[in-house]
Structures are given as structure tokens and as C-alpha cells.
Design a protein around this ligand. Structure first.
Ligand SMILES: Nc1ncnc2c1ncn2[C@@H]1O[C@H](COP(=O)(O)OP(=O)(O)OP(=O)(O)O)[C@@H](O)[C@H]1O
Length: 585
């Protein structure tokens, strides 16, 4: 129920619709009750009382009541639809906004398909409650109240007989709710898993086909699908255990009414018309009892879904602004790490990292795979938070800056390229929609992408496929680099950004980067000596620690790890003697 209360808070802007819907649902109940009363008058006054002249006005009232009821039905649906659609819109907006704010770590733990199912299936369950559930629930309550109030005036005993089984039905409905809610939770979770399986399969379909794993994937899907079926089946089993009991008790109410009411008519305590009125109202008494089950069912489903949505909505991003962050509109680009350490849980990733990058300098980071290069650069824009030490930007702890401002000042070319299925121009201008084609072209020029883009049929207006399908690995990297360059940020991070580009093109890119008037501080993660040799400082990481540092020439002289890599990469073109003569004093 707490989830339903939280949803109520989201309705605050639409309470007018809510109350309008409520009024028309109640009017529908009232107009539905009028024919029962008219039946009684027709039987008692027109037929038995021989007052034929009343028939026309009673039938006119019948027609008007039916007409008004139809209008009330239309308007109740209209307002519940507006209400539920607006609620859905706001909830989706809030969830999407929260998803934009949550940190990298959240996405490491939650799968895309899982999150998608919250955005779709769970949202729909909530909409259903406010579209259909609200009508059913309100109608059930008001039928019960109004009918009991009317009938009690006619005959208290008969009314009590008619509703005497309600508490028992209510008890079973409650038991059903308690037992079915955890199953619905499992159903929702399984639905997410199923979604994730489909999403991952479609995203990775090329790998699936390349490895001939269609049968394996079918098997995996089949397991998830089966499990979804079983969980739904279990919910249906519980449902089918309780539902017949409630149906039976509802039926028994009819029997009791017919039996006791019939006797009252025979003994003359009530008129035939009153008994008919009871009879025509009977479904209005039984309906709410029968509806308790489906309503409980719907509430359980919705609260399981709402719980999953609020779980995310109430999550605080792990990385957020401090109380009074500094507004940083333009920074110079000085970056300093002071004794920085990083752990993911118990696993220590970086230890005691210290270095200084002056504005405009290039810092290259090399090291074996898994040595912590990406983790190190991820600390600069605060994708993750240092566990110890400080990351200073222009002399201030990067945590003291407004997060949005900070990230505005840093451009990142990630190791894994992601492009949107959009035009190339829009991909490059991502985050800076105001930049003109000239700037887009000059960024593409620096990243050596301009030529191949212009050779395409639609040039910069060419629409690329999902994740950049249709471009080669090296082309994707160059578009991704242009996207970072267009930002003209004082800090540029290039994580293996040119690994798929041939050495000649890479050389051109480096020269173009070097010759820019407004040079950024560049962090360059690379594996090739040719990529890093002009850097102002090269850091060699091993197992989360800097084990060597210096310029290319200094590191060659040290004859350590860097020198070993150098020899390895240049052995084809230079022999040991040549290397020693040219590079080592
Ligand atoms: N989000 C994460 N949660 C837990 N461990 C992580 C996470 N990201 C990276 N790691 C671990 O941290 C270590 C360093 O990873 P990182 O990606 O920084 O290495 P790298 O030097 O950039 O490697 P590569 O050259 O292969 O890209 C690895 O052992 C990796 O398994």
C-alpha cells in the first residue's frame, strides 16, 4: 500500500481529473440504481396498483436514467484515461530523468532489458490500475454503500441476509492478496530477465551467428520463457484456488436472498416490487464481493510494479554534487593526482597514483591490459570516485565542482565506441547542437574523418546504423574522436581512441591535434610506442601502480618496461645495436 500512497503523490497535478472521474463513477452507480427502483414502481404501482397513467412517466424516467448513465460511463472513462495517461507520462519522465543521473556503477549492476521492462511493462501495470482498477474499485465500494443504504430502508433483515457472506469473501480476498503478491513480484522480475535475454540476443546477434550459437540462444530463451510461464502459472494456481471459493460464496448470497426474500413476499412483509428491487440490486451487492478478488489482484500487480519503479526513483546517484559546488565555466586544464587510490568493492585497482599535467600537456598512459588505465582516467570526470587521495583540476578537488560543469570541460573518447543511429553530422555535434557545419567539418578534419565522410553519398548527412553499423572500426573511432573535438574542451581523454586506425592516419591525427591553436590537456591511453612518443609525460602502469614515468627519451634511457615494449615493437625495423646507438646513450 505504501507504493500506492507514493503514486498518489504523483497525482497531485491531476487531482481535478481524479475527482471528476470519481464523480462520474459515482453518478454511473446512481443512474444504474434508478432502473431497479422504477421496476419496483412498475410492478407495485402500475401493474398491481392498476395506475396505468404512471407508466409513461416511469418509462420516460427509465430512458433518461439510461441515457445519463451512458454519459456518465463515457465521462468516467474519459477522465480515468486522461488521469492514467498523465500519470504514466510523468512517471516515465521522472524515471528517465533519474536514469540520466544515476552513476556508471548503477549501470554496471543493472541490465538494459531489465531497465527497459520497468519503463514499459511496469508502467503499463500502473496505468491499468488508474484506468480500469479505479473504476472497478470505486464502483464496487459505492454500489455496496448505496445499495445497502437503500435496501436497509426497505427491510433490514433481508439486507443483512444479502450481505452476511461478504466478510467471508473479504477474508478470502485478503488471503489471496497476501499469497499472490510475492508471486507477482517474481513474475515481474522474470519478465525483466526475459526482456534482458531478448535485448542482449538482438544486440549481439552478429556474435551469435558468427559462433553458430542460435541453438544455444534458443535454449537460453526457452528456459527464461518457461520460467516466466511457470511463475504466471503459479499465480494462476493460487488465483484458481481462491476464486471459486469467492464465486461460490457470491452464489450462496443469491440463494439466501431468493430463499429469505421469497418467504417475506409470501408472508406479505414486503411487496413483490420490493423483492424485485432487491433482486435487481443483488448483482450490485455480489459484484463488489466478486470484484474484491480481481481488484486485490490488480493492486498486488500494481504495487509489485510500483515497487520496482520507486526502487529506481528513490535511488540516490552515487556520484553527485556537494552542498555548494563551484560553478566552473572555463578551466585552464591543469590536472593533478595526489596519492590517488581506487577500489571496486574489496578489489584494489589503483594505488598511490600521483602526477601533474600542466595545461596543454599530453600525458600518455601505457600498461598491460587490466593494469588500471581506464580506471585512472575515469576519475577525472568523476565517472567513479577516488577511494583515497585527491584529483585536482586547476588546483581544486574535482568533487568541489558542479558535476555538470566539470563534465562540460572534459571530452572523452571511450574505448568502446558508441554512435547513435543518426546523421554523422548530428553524431559529431552531439552535446553541442548549436555548432555549425564548419566546426563539425573542422573537427572531422583533425580526426582524419572528413575525407571518408565526404566520399559517402550523403556526406555529413549520411544516416548511420545502430551503434554505427555500416562504418568500419577505424571510421567509427574517427567519428567518435571528432565528436569529442567539437566540444573544444580544455581536457581531452582518449582511451585507446585510435587503436583501430592505421599508423599513418594515426600520425596525421596526432599532428593535427598538436597543431591546434587552443591545445587541450590530453590524456592518451595507447599501446603503440608511435602513439605516445611525443607525449610530455608517459606513465607506465602495472597492477594499479605507476612503475615508470618520463618522456620517451628518458624512458628509453631507463631501459625498463617501456624500453622492452619499444624493442618489441621496433625489432622488425631495427636491430639491438641500432636501437642502442640511436636511443640509448
Ligand atoms: N566497474 C568495475 N567494477 C569492478 N571492477 C572493475 C570495473 N571496471 C574495471 N574493473 C577492474 O579493474 C581493473 C582495471 O581495469 P581497467 O579497465 O582500468 O584496465 P585497463 O588498463 O584500462 O585495461 P585495458 O587495457 O584492457 O582496457 C581490471 O582488473 C578490471 O577487471
Amino acid at each position: 500500500m505504501t507504493e500506492i500512497k507514493k503514486l498518489w503523490a504523483y497525482l497531485k497535478n491531476y487531482r481535478l481529473y481524479f475527482f471528476a472521474a470519481l464523480i462520474f463513477i459515482i453518478l454511473n452507480v446512481v443512474f444504474s440504481m434508478i432502473p431497479g427502483y422504477l421496476n419496483r414502481r412498475i410492478i407495485d404501482d402500475v401493474i398491481r396498483g392498476q395506475q396505468l397513467k404512471l407508466l409513461f412517466s416511469l418509462l420516460t424516467a427509465y430512458v433518461i436514467a439510461t441515457l445519463l448513465r451512458s454519459i456518465a460511463i463515457m465521462l468516467q472513462r474519459f477522465f480515468t484515461e486522461i488521469l492514467s495517461q498523465n500519470l504514466l507520462k510523468d512517471l516515465k519522465q521522472a524515471l528517465y530523468e533519474k536514469l540520466q543521473k544515476l552513476s556508471f556503477n548503477f549501470y554496471n549492476k543493472n541490465r538494459t532489458g531489465e531497465l527497459m521492462s520497468r519503463m514499459t511493462g511496469d508502467m503499463e501495470a500502473i496505468r491499468m490500475l488508474f484506468a480500469d482498477g479505479m473504476i472497478q474499485f470505486t464502483r464496487a465500494i459505492f454500489y455496496l454503500i448505496f445499495v445497502v443504504l437503500v435496501l436497509i430502508q426497505e427491510n433490514i433483515a433481508l439486507t443483512l441476509v444479502s450481505i452476511c457472506l461478504s466478510p467471508l469473501i473479504g477474508f478470502f480476498a485478503y488471503r489471496l492478496g497476501v499469497r499472490i503478491k510475492p508471486i507477482f513480484r517474481q513474475v515481474r522480475r522474470q519478465y525483466s530477465d526475459l526482456n534482458s535475454t531478448v535485448q542482449e540476443n538482438i544486440s549481439g546477434i552478429r556474435i551469435v551467428k558468427a559462433f553458430h550459437q542460435q541453438a544455444f540462444e534458443m535454449e537460453k530463451f526457452s528456459e527464461e520463457n518457461n520460467s516466466y510461464f511457470i511463475k504466471n502459472y503459479r499465480a494462476a494456481q493460487i488465483w484458481s484456488k481462491y476464486f471459486p471459493i469467492m464465486e461460490f460464496l457470491g452464489g450462496m448470497s443469491t440463494v439466501l436472498l431468493l430463499f429469505y426474500g421469497g418467504r417475506l413476499v409470501i408472508s406479505g412483509e414486503i411487496t413483490l416490487g420490493v423483492w424485485m428491487q432487491f433482486n435487481s440490486y443483488l448483482w450490485m451487492l455480489i459484484m463488489p464481493m466478486r470484484m474484491i478478488g480481481p481488484i486485490v489482484n490488480m493492486f498486488s500487480r500494481t504495487s509489485a510494479s510500483a515497487e520496482r519503479i520507486f526502487n529506481i526513483l528513490e535511488k540516490e546517484p552515487e556520484i553527485k554534487n556537494i552542498a555548494e559546488p563551484i560553478k566552473a565555466t572555463k578551466i585552464a586544464g591543469k590536472v593533478e593526482f595526489k596519492n590517488v587510490g581506487l577500489s571496486y568493492g574489496d578489489e584494489v585497482i589503483l594505488k598511490n597514483i600521483s602526477f601533474l599535467a600542466e595545461p596543454g600537456q599530453t600525458i600518455a598512459i601505457m600498461g598491460t591490459t587490466g593494469s588500471g588505465k581506464t580506471s585512472l582516467v575515469n576519475l577525472i570526470p568523476r565517472f567513479y570516485e577516488a577511494t583515497s587521495g585527491e584529483v585536482l583540476i586547476d588546483g581544486r578537488d574535482n568533487r568541489s565542482y558542479d558535476l555538470y560543469d566539470l563534465r562540460q570541460q572534459i571530452s572523452v573518447v571511450m574505448q568502446e565506441v558508441f554512435l547513435f543511429s543518426e546523421t554523422i553530422a548530428n553524431n559529431i555535434a552531439y552535446g553541442r547542437p548549436e555548432v555549425g557545419l564548419e566546426k563539425i567539418k573542422s573537427a572531422a578534419e583533425i580526426s582524419s574523418a572528413r575525407d571518408f565522410i565526404e566520399e559517402m553519398e550523403a556526406g555529413f548527412e549520411e544516416v548511420i546504423g545502430e551503434r554505427g553499423m555500416g562504418l568500419s572500426g577505424g571510421q567509427k573511432q574517427r567519428v567518435s574522436l571528432a565528436r569529442a573535438l567539437v566540444q573544444e574542451s580544455p581536457i581531452l581523454i582518449m582511451d585507446d581512441a585510435t587503436s583501430a586506425v592505421d599508423m599513418e592516419t594515426e600520425h596525421q591525427i596526432q599532428q593535427a591535434l598538436e597543431s591546434r591553436a587552443d591545445k587541450s590537456t590530453v590524456f592518451l591511453i595507447a599501446h603503440r610506442i608511435s602513439s605516445v612518443r611525443n607525449a610530455d609525460q608517459i606513465l607506465i602502469l602495472n597492477d594499479g601502480e605507476i612503475i615508470e614515468r618520463g618522456t620517451h627519451a628518458e624512458l628509453i634511457k631507463q631501459q625498463g618496461h617501456y624500453y622492452k615494449m619499444f624493442k618489441e615493437q621496433y625489432k622488425e625495423v631495427m636491430d639491438e645495436a641500432e636501437i642502442a646507438e640511436r636511443w640509448v646513450d
